[in-house]
Design a protein around this ligand. Structure first.
Ligand SMILES: *Cc1c(COP(=O)(O)O)cnc(C)c1O
Length: 352
């Protein structure tokens, strides 16, 4: 079965060999305070820095999920109010999590078909602005150019960005915001159970002045340990090892970005020009995600396509939340092979 699910998603085929290497090399029993672990964890971070172009003065942290990142951000970076800008289910969920942890939240929602009007967003209140760069539920994205304007218009706020289903798939200019995070079971092509968070010096200064040390995963504890390439608790050592191996393998992000956007254009042409029964959910081309494509149709056809696809060996993503019956989703992640995409297109051709 080839998984086109946008998370958990298809892992890189080489992960199979890397897992066996991990066992043979004794990585699975390694102590997380040992030199061997420190070397491995440092290599994983160096690989990310190089391949994904993480700025030199930004710090990388290891966590366990994007959801945990939401919590750490609410606990470590917000004094009074976090502002949530979203147009879909994941952005909204993030807001709901923050609401339980911070004194106040503010919501700014926008439509799936309109770009975020960043020039109109100047906030007088609040400490932190939260943006979902790639909304996995409805297949939209906010460009780094727009995020840059948000930060420019609100220089005293920290800007945090959920890039769970785009990091390692498209080029992201990390320097435009303060906090970025992703779990690795999406674009990184790795198994679930690890997340990475990337923070600017500005973010760290803020956390130090807030000085919340009530939680085991406070960014301040993470920061003290990561200076030694370690984590406060025993981390997902196997996944950090796999991250190290995969980062050594993958091409630089600008090259991956070209591949992903090229494949996206092909999908776009396929559905926009050739089909009248299946349609991209998002009609505004500049709002479309390049890594997650929800396809809209009648509930009957959506169901039929998913069932027949499974029989042919393709796992398609279910629609998310309120879009469950009227859409299915196709991941456009780097771990998928060109030939696999061609085969899925062939299969879908019969329905368009
Ligand atoms: C999948 C996803 C999450 C949740 O990730 P977990 O690792 O399950 O916590 C959060 N945000 C976005 C945008 C996602 O796609």
């Amino acid at each position: 079965m080839i998984s086109f699910y946008p998370g958990p998603s298809r892992v890189y085929p080489k992960v199979s060999r890397y897992m066996q290497d991990a066992y043979r090399e004794g990585v699975l029993s390694i102590n997380h305070r040992s030199d061997a672990f420190v070397e491995m964890s440092q290599k994983a971070m160096d690989g990310m820095r190089k391949k994904l172009r993480v700025p030199k003065n930004y710090t990388i942290y290891f966590l366990t999920s994007a959801t945990e990142c939401w919590e750490v951000i609410a606990e470590s970076f917000v004094r009074k109010e976090s502002i949530h800008i979203y147009n879909g289910a994941f952005g909204e969920k993030w807001c709901t999590y923050s609401e339980k942890l911070v004194p106040a939240v503010a919501r700014e929602s926008f439509s799936r078909e309109t770009l975020l009007h960043a020039d109109q967003l100047k906030f007088k209140k609040g400490d932190l602005i939260c943006i979902t760069q790639n909304e996995t539920s409805n297949g939209t994205q906010v460009s780094t150019d727009i995020i840059k304007v948000v930060k420019k218009n609100n220089p005293n706020h920290l800007v945090a960005v959920d890039a769970t289903s785009s990091m390692a798939g498209i080029m992201l200019d990390f320097s435009v915001a303060d906090i970025w995070f992703a779990s690795v079971q999406k674009c990184f092509g790795l198994p679930a159970g690890l997340a990475v968070m990337i923070c600017s010096p500005h973010a760290l200064e803020r956390a130090q002045s807030i000085n919340n040390r009530k939680h085991y995963n406070s960014i301040l504890f993470l920061n003290e340990m990561i200076k030694k390439a370690q984590t406060p608790c025993t981390p997902n050592v196997l996944n950090i090892y796999l991250l190290m191996r995969v980062m050594a393998d993958v091409k630089e992000i600008d090259s991956v970005h070209r591949t992903i956007t090229g494949r996206f254009k092909k999908w776009e042409t396929f559905f926009d020009l050739k089909s009248n029964k299946l349609d991209l959910l998002v009609k505004n081309p500049s709002a479309r995600s390049h890594t997650v494509l929800p396809i809209e149709s009648t509930p009957v056809l959506v169901d039929k396509i998913k069932t027949l696809a499974a029989k042919k060996g393709f796992l398609l993503g279910d629609g998310y939340g309120e879009l469950k019956t009227t859409t299915f989703r196709i991941a456009n992640f780097p771990s998928l092979r060109k030939s696999e995409i061609a085969r899925l297109m062939d299969f879908l051709y019969d329905f368009i």
